[in-house]
Write a protein that binds this ligand. Structure first.
Ligand code: NAD
Length: 284
């Protein structure tokens, strides 16, 4: 039976570190890091994510702002708010919750966020800097995946890592981070041939396909590290992209859903916001 990589526990440890660092910084500078989240419309999943970000950031001691805008807000109005928050000294991290309504161009909004405050790590400046190993914000979910692998002391050097999915927010950046840690990385996607055969070669398998329980136990190399990024609500239960019951019998380590990657994503957002504050005050 695989050992569980409990993201929830890893996240808790990092949150405690962030919280005590904020306390120290407050003593030193008289200020705390600030996070502003902008949300448009009423999408229930987005509302839940934003509420969790607000709750967590307040709990850890951040200054927290949520700007809830009606669906009818124009792109110009949204960009004006982004500009105002870019120039607000109390705000160190700024994100606009995606997806945005159809009349808003995602790219225009992402490009408008100051790279110094882009704690999601989606701005092209941060994406480019990550590519070449320069100072940047690492996107939260991929960063969380790596922290989970590191948490169990697994050495990625020379290992075969297979990533399922090539999205800009998960698949591509996580592949780059694995490569940076000297894994031999294969990126797979919806047009990959013989996906089970490719997965079977993986010492480390990161699954971000957005397809419930797609990866079966017999796709997994015995002893492999399996990180399941997928999240789906099915019959009021949360499921991942991996069929957990069959996979846990084969894998060496596996992250569960819920309690795996999910809690890490918000935690790394807090980490990035703290980092932004430290950059600004010359403490990093
Ligand atoms: P996406 O839809 O943008 O990308 C999915 C990728 O998977 C694509 O590159 C596609 O080519 C590939 N894919 C789709 N079907 C496939 C198949 N049958 N075989 C192989 N590859 C296939 O999704 P995303 O934003 O990268 O998210 C992926 C999953 O992770 C979703 O379930 C999402 O909800 C979840 N997610 C979770 C967190 C978290 O914090 N836990 C964060 C982000 C995303």
């Amino acid at each position: 039976m695989a050992e569980l990589i409990k993201g929830k526990e890893v996240a808790q440890k990092i949150r405690e570190e962030v919280s005590s660092e904020i306390e120290e910084l407050q003593k030193k500078t008289g200020k705390v890091p600030g996070l502003a989240v902008v949300i448009m419309g009423e999408d229930p999943a987005s509302q839940t994510y934003v509420n969790n970000k607000e709750k967590t950031s307040k709990k850890l001691g951040f200054h927290s702002e949520v700007h809830r805008l009606p669906e009818s807000t124009t792109q110009e109005e949204l960009l004006q708010l982004v500009d105002r928050l870019n120039n607000d000294d109390n705000i160190n991290g700024l994100l606009v919750q995606l997806p945005l309504p159809d009349h808003i161009e995602d790219e225009a909004v992402i490009h408008a966020i100051s790279p110094e405050k882009d704690v999601d790590g989606f701005h092209p400046v941060n994406v480019g800097n990550m590519m070449i190993g320069e100072k940047c914000y690492i996107p939260c979910t991929p960063h969380g995946v790596i922290k989970m692998i590191e948490h169990v002391g697994y050495d990625l050097k020379g290992k075969n890592a297979v990533v399922i999915g090539r999205s800009n927010i998960v698949g591509k950046p996580v592949s780059l981070l694995l490569l940076d840690r000297h894994a031999t990385v294969t990126i797979t996607h919806s047009r990959t041939q013989d996906l089970p055969g490719v997965c079977k070669q993986a010492d480390v398998l990161v699954v971000a396909a957005g397809k419930p329980e797609m990866v079966k136990g017999d796709w997994i190399k015995p002893g492999a590290v399996v990180i399941d990024v997928g999240i789906h609500r099915i019959d009021d239960k949360l499921k991942g992209d991996v069929e957990f019951e069959s996979a846990e019998k084969v894998a060496g380590y596996i992250s569960p859903v819920p309690g795996g990657v999910g809690p890490m994503t918000i935690t790394m957002l807090m980490h990035n916001t703290l980092q932004s504050f430290k950059f600004k005050h010359g403490l990093e």
